[in-house]
Design a protein around this ligand. Sequence first.
Ligand code: PLP
Length: 448
Amino acid sequence: MTQDLFTFLDREYKVIGGSSQIRFYPAVVDRGEGAYLYDISGRRYLDFNASWAVANTGYGHPKIVEAAIETYRKISSLSYTTFSHKSIVELAEKLLELTPDGDKKKVLFGHSGSDANDGVFKLVPYHMRRPRLISFIGSYHGQTMGSYSLSGHKAQSKIIGFPNIVKVPYPYGYRCPFRGIEGQKECEEACIDFLENYILKTVAPPETVAGIITEPIQSDGGDIVPTPNFLKELRRIADENNMLLIVDEVKVGVRRTGRFYAFEHSNIKPDVIVLGKPLASGLPISVIILPSEIADNPDVMHLFTLAPHPMIATAAIKTIEVIFEEKLIDNAAEIGEYLLRKLQDLKNRHEIIGDVRGRGLIIGVEIVKDKKSRKPNAKDTAKIVYRAWELGLITAYTGLYSNVIELTPPLIINKEQADEALNILSQAIEGVEEGKVSDERIKRFVGW
Ligand SMILES: Cc1ncc(COP(=O)(O)O)c(C=O)c1O
């Protein structure tokens, strides 16, 4: 069975470039249903990745699928640039209803988180008449050149982006970039101080900075969860210096953290919000929600021939309905807390689990050589993720040091499925500690 998967990967290798892949195991998917994926050999996996935090409503929710197909039957092509459609306007209305100060904002649509952040890169400095943006080391904002430049992920460090981005440290409490500082709160204070009293006073004077862009939880950088105060401090700095605060909610927005927007935990109002990934339950869409005067600027364009397709706008409307009707927000908060608690127990039992952190249903489990040294243990991380796959659980890893196992299951998971995942993860960690996964087995899967 597994041989079929490897044979398929050999075929794929001949025709598709590796730069478009982040692979941890030979997953060749046939179909998905609820919280499960099935591969081409018919094997079932509990999916705690959800296609990188996309399948929030699970796979194949009938209400979403049927409505989307119905719209596609009615109108298979439509360029919103020139032709309007009810579904697209209705989606914009719904999003603005859910957004603080929504009556002062408008939306611009795209296809991916990358193009939306590229829109930020393009529109915000132009509007503010200030060339620079500040972003964070470890952040992931996308692959197009503007969003690539905003990103600070180590996997994107070899291509040099545009020079108008100043990257500053993110408060990674477990490994604070400032030597000798311990603890999340203390690390945040140090990062804020560095930004406010060093960066803005030296290389990036406020009159040159249009805005600060941040992820509310730095996800691909290692699932780093700041305290609610961090965003409040960024809001204060932005206000005091007449800059815009831009929050990239592409991965954790749309209720993953137990609130519609993750920034709601901080009780702040960003100026610009970016959404993507899960909004249309697997179909490509992105949104920039921004002050009307920027969205309406007659000097600039931000459009794509097919963004959004009415079928996708319909899927997004239904996704929002499903998440509220099925109370997936409460579920994310409740099951997330349960998982965190159980993972803390697991941490106490295993020397190689250095830290466990999360909010709602985004959780990071940081793997180290040992608790005392905290040295990142990328090899065991890759092996645990591989072993979990062998045992029927889909996960991935993230992080500046490739050593954080990320859990982002569909928001529909129940307690039994959470227990099933915990059980497999625990077995996988034990298996790796006992040397059950050879270096050879993971050689082909370089991850990121
Ligand atoms: C926070 C964040 N922003 C933007 C993106 C880019 O989104 P996409 O891959 O849809 O272009 C990602 C993707 O992982 C992300 O996590």
